[in-house]
Ligand binder design. Structure first.
Ligand code: SF4
Length: 402
C-alpha cells in the first residue's frame, strides 16, 4: 500500500510539477530545428530557462546545471550526415545521466529509427514532432518508435519561442513536397501535399522579430516559389505576391526580405519573369538557389526530378536577366551515372558558368527512407574532379567534392 502511495506521488509530481528538465541538444547543424522545437514546447507550457535548456554538442556546455540523479528528457534532432556525432554525444550523456530518457527526431531518425534505437536512444520520433512531443513528455509511457503522422497545422505553433525570439533563424512557411525526388527525404518525412503557414501568421511572427531588432527575414520552404500552391506543382502567383507585399509593408526601410536564397531554394520550372520579378521588387537577395541536379536528361528522369535540362538553363537566364546570381545545385556520384551522363553534366555546368552562374556541387548520399537508400555513392570521375577544381579556384564552384 505504502509503495502504491509513493508511486502515485511520484507520477503526480512528475507530471504536474514538471520536476524534470527538457534538454535540447544543439549543434551548428541543427540550430533551426532546435529553435523551432523551442517554439513547439512553449505551446505546451515548457519555457526556455524554466523547464527547457540547451546543451551544446560540440563544446559540451549547457545553460543549466543538470542534476545527475534525476530523470530528464534529452532531445536530439539530426540528419544522416550528422548521425555519428550525435551517437557519440548520446553515449557520453547516457554514461553521466543514467536515469534520463533520450529521444531523437529529424530526418535520420525518421528514415532509420532502428539505427537510432541500436545506437542507444530510448525513443525515436518519426515525422513531425508537433502533435506527439507533449504526449511523450507528459504520459511517461514506454514508447520506442512513435509516429504522429503529418497533420500539424503550421499556424498552430510559433516558429520560435516567443519568450525569447532571439532563438530564431528562419520561419518555415511551407512544409511537404509533391515531387518526391528519389534522393531526397522531404516527401517521405512531410508528405506530398504541401501545407503553408498563412500570411497573417507569418506577418504576426515577423512583426515580433522586427520588434526585437531581428530585421533580416529568411524563410524555410522546399520550393520557395510554391508558396500558397495547393498541389505544390502549380504556381500560386497571387499568394506569393500577397506574401511579399505584406512582408514589404512591415519591413520597408528597416530591414530586408530574403526568399529563394539560403535556406530555401526554388525548382527551375518555377522560375519565370513573374516570380523572379517579385524577388527583384521586394527582396534583398543578390542570388537565387536553383535545384538543377544533373545535365543528363536520363539522370533527371531516373532521379524523378520532373523537369528538363532546358528548364535549368531557362531559370538561370531569367535570373541573370533580372540581376540575380543563380547558384545551381548539382549532384553527382549516383551509381547509375554513366561517363556520358557525367560529361553532359560537365557541359551544362560549363555553359552555366559561362552565362555567369555559380555551381553548388553535392556528392550523392543514400538517405534512409528514400528510394535510393540501398544504393552506394560512386567516386567522382577524374574529368569531373578536374573541372570542379579548376572552377572552385576561380570561385565559380563550391561544395564538398574532394
Ligand atoms: S529535392 Fe526539392 S523538389 Fe525534390 S523532393 Fe526534395 S524538396 Fe521536393
Amino acid at each position: 500500500m505504502l509503495a502504491h502511495v509513493f508511486l502515485i506521488i511520484e507520477i503526480f509530481s512528475f507530471d504536474i510539477y514538471n520536476k524534470y528538465m527538457v534538454i535540447l541538444c544543439l549543434s551548428k547543424n541543427n540550430r533551426n530545428s532546435i529553435y523551432a522545437l523551442l517554439g513547439i514546447l512553449e505551446t505546451y507550457g515548457y519555457f526556455i530557462g524554466k523547464d527547457v535548456y540547451l546543451h551544446e554538442i560540440h563544446s559540451g556546455n549547457s545553460n543549466a546545471r543538470i542534476e545527475k540523479n534525476k530523470k530528464h528528457f534529452f532531445l536530439f534532432s539530426f540528419s544522416t550526415k550528422n548521425a555519428q556525432e550525435n551517437y557519440i554525444e548520446l553515449k557520453k550523456l547516457k554514461n553521466i545521466y543514467k536515469k534520463s530518457v533520450f529521444i531523437c527526431g529529424g530526418p535520420h531518425p525518421t528514415g532509420a529509427p532502428h539505427d537510432c534505437l541500436n545506437a542507444g536512444f530510448d525513443i525515436v520520433v518519426q515525422g513531425e514532432a508537433e502533435n506527439i512531443i507533449n504526449n511523450i513528455l507528459q504520459i511517461n509511457k514506454n514508447y520506442k518508435i512513435c509516429k504522429s503522422g503529418i497533420h500539424a497545422n503550421l499556424d498552430a505553433f510559433p516558429p520560435f519561442p516567443l519568450k525569447d525570439p532571439h532563438y530564431s533563424l528562419y520561419i518555415e512557411i511551407t512544409r511537404g513536397c509533391p515531387n518526391n525526388c528519389y534522393f531526397c527525404q522531404t516527401t517521405k518525412i512531410f508528405g506530398s501535399r504541401p501545407k503553408h503557414r498563412s500570411i497573417e501568421n507569418i506577418i504576426k511572427y515577423c512583426e515580433i522579430l522586427i520588434k526585437n531588432k531581428l530585421t533580416d527575414l529568411r524563410f524555410v520552404s522546399p520550393n520557395a516559389f510554391s508558396y500558397g500552391s495547393k498541389n505544390g506543382i502549380d504556381i500560386n502567383f497571387n499568394a506569393l505576391n500577397n506574401l511579399l507585399v505584406s512582408l514589404y509593408k512591415i519591413i520597408k526601410g528597416i530591414g530586408r526580405i530574403f526568399l529563394g536564397s539560403f535556406p530555401s531554394e526554388v525548382r527551375p520550372e518555377f522560375v519565370n519573369e513573374d516570380t523572379i520579378g517579385l524577388i527583384k521588387k521586394y527582396c534583398s537577395n543578390k542570388n537565387i538557389m536553383i535545384g538543377g541536379q544533373s545535365g543528363s536528361e536520363k539522370i533527371l528522369t531516373k532521379i524523378n526530378r520532373k523537369h528538363t535540362v532546358k528548364d535549368i538553363i531557362n531559370a538561370a537566364k531569367i535570373s541573370l536577366k533580372y540581376g540575380l546570381l543563380p547558384n545551381i545545385d548539382i549532384i553527382s556520384g549516383f551509381p547509375f551515372e554513366s561517363k556520358k551522363d557525367i560529361l553532359q553534366t560537365i557541359n551544362l555546368c560549363e555553359a552555366l558558368i559561362k552565362y555567369g552562374c555559380k555551381i553548388h556541387i553535392h556528392k550523392f548520399t543514400p538517405l534512409p527512407g528514400t528510394e535510393f537508400e540501398s544504393l552506394t555513392t560512386s567516386e567522382f570521375l577524374p574529368e569531373l574532379k578536374n573541372f570542379l577544381n579548376k572552377w572552385a579556384g576561380k570561385g565559380r564552384v563550391y561544395g564538398k567534392f574532394n
